[in-house]
Structure formats: structure tokens, C-alpha cells
Write a protein of this length. Structure first.
Length: 229
């Protein structure tokens, strides 16, 4: 991650996120219940996209986890080629990889989704390492630039969140005046990041985040603790 020279921040939230990004540590957040709804209102008629999350078992060594994902990826790609794909986006490689497929027809999206589920059910334990999810094209968020703002990052956190920057995904931090922007290599990487780091189920892709974001702010108390509102 990169950062520019020293800046005086107008926003305490900006400074808090910069510290997280640089140090992977922060002052604790005192719990306050979130008002973000737990469920996503789904518009099934427009869900022509399927995201496949290829995960790996945390019980294995890093090289084993990387190989597990690499070996399963061609299986999913072969399954997808059986259908009429409109567009596909792939996140950067790692111990988890995200494949976002959009199809011309919703029926094909459903068939692909079911095929991936069946493939996962036929696996020997551990299962649930390939997760297919339905989305619309706008929910995936490829109409946006691969950038998150400080407001986006506060919105996906809750009082029990750890450091959101504890991730292997490449993020470039840019300070402009008193604000901070976080640049990713692709929207697929943002979606991979949000799937793992967002505390709200209705903000796990860039499109959903932009649509459902509820502004939050951090306020420091007299003891130096931050309260998330």
C-alpha cells in the first residue's frame, strides 16, 4: 500500500483509516448497535449474474491453499463455457478468488448457479469452498471506478469489526486534501474485499455498497476510544 506526504485531516475518520492502513492496528471502537438492515431486497428478474467465490481451508499451509484455488478454477471456467456468457471478471489470484459471470439469459444464470452448487455438494470434505451467489449487473458495480472512499469503509464496519486492511488484496491509499481514497486494481478485487470484510450483507459488492450505504462517523471520547455512529 502506498501513501503520500503528511496531511492535516479535517476528518477524524480519515486519520483513523489511515492509521489502520499503515499500521494494521487502531484505537478500539466502543460498541454501538448498527441500524443497517440484515437482508438484501432481491430483484430476481434482473439477476443474470453469478459470482463464484473460490475459498481455501484455513487449516492448510499457504501453498496448499493457493494450489487448491488454482486447481478448482479451471473446473468452474469449463462449466461456465457451456453457457452464453455476456462478460466475466476475475479478481487477483490468492487464497481466495472471485469470478463474476454475467449471462445473456437469467435461465442460464440459474442453471450455472445450480451446476456449481452440485459440483460443491459432490466434493469430499471440507465442503463449502466454492460459493455461487446471484446478482444483477448493477449490483456487482462494474459501472463504478475501483475506488472506495473513507465513507464507504466506515459504512461496512461495525463495532466488532477487526482491521479491514488485514487483507492480501493490493490497495493504494491516496490522500487528497483532508480526504482519503483507496484504489484497487479492479472492481473484482473490491468485490472480493467486500465479501470478506463487510459486516453488512447488503453491502458485499460495490454496486450494493453504493446503493445501500448508510453514512457513519467516528467520534473520539475523552479516553481516546472511538465510537461508531
Amino acid at each position: 500500500m502506498a501513501s503520500s506526504s503528511k496531511t492535516t485531516f479535517k476528518s477524524g475518520a480519515a486519520q483513523f483509516l489511515v492509521n489502520q492502513c499503515k499500521n494494521h492496528t487502531s484505537s478500539p471502537i466502543i460498541p454501538k448497535k448498527s441500524s443497517v438492515p440484515a437482508t438484501i431486497p432481491m430483484e430476481r428478474q434482473s439477476n443474470t449474474c453469478v459470482s463464484v467465490i473460490l475459498k481455501s481451508s484455513r487449516r492448510n499451509y499457504r501453498q496448499v491453499r493457493l494450489a487448491s484455488v488454482v486447481n478448482r478454477m479451471p473446473m468452474v471456467e469449463q462449466l461456465a463455457r457451456s453457457y452464453s456468457i455476456k462478460v466475466v471478471h476475475k479478481s487477483s489470484p490468492g487464497k481466495q478468488v472471485r469470478l463474476d459471470y454475467c449471462f445473456h439469459l437469467q435461465t442460464e444464470a440459474r442453471m450455472f448457479h445450480e451446476t456449481v452448487l452440485n459440483m460443491e455438494q459432490s466434493r469430499f470434505p471440507p465442503k463449502h469452498l466454492s460459493i455461487p451467489l446471484f446478482f444483477s449487473e448493477s449490483e456487482l458495480g462494474y459501472q463504478h471506478q475501483p475506488v472506495l472512499t473513507e465513507h464507504d469503509l466506515l459504512a461496512i464496519q461495525d463495532p466488532d469489526s477487526g482491521n479491514v486492511f488485514r487483507t492480501s488484496i493490493k490497495i493504494r491509499m491516496e490522500q487528497v486534501g483532508g480526504t482519503v481514497a483507496f484504489h484497487f486494481e479492479s472492481v473484482a478485487d473490491i468485490n472480493k474485499f467486500l465479501f470478506s470484510q463487510s459486516s453488512a450483507r447488503n453491502m458485499t459488492t460495490l454496486g450494493l455498497l453504493k446503493r445501500n450505504m448508510v453514512p457513519k462517523k467516528l467520534v473520539a471520547d475523552e479516553e481516546g476510544y472511538f465510537r461508531l455512529f
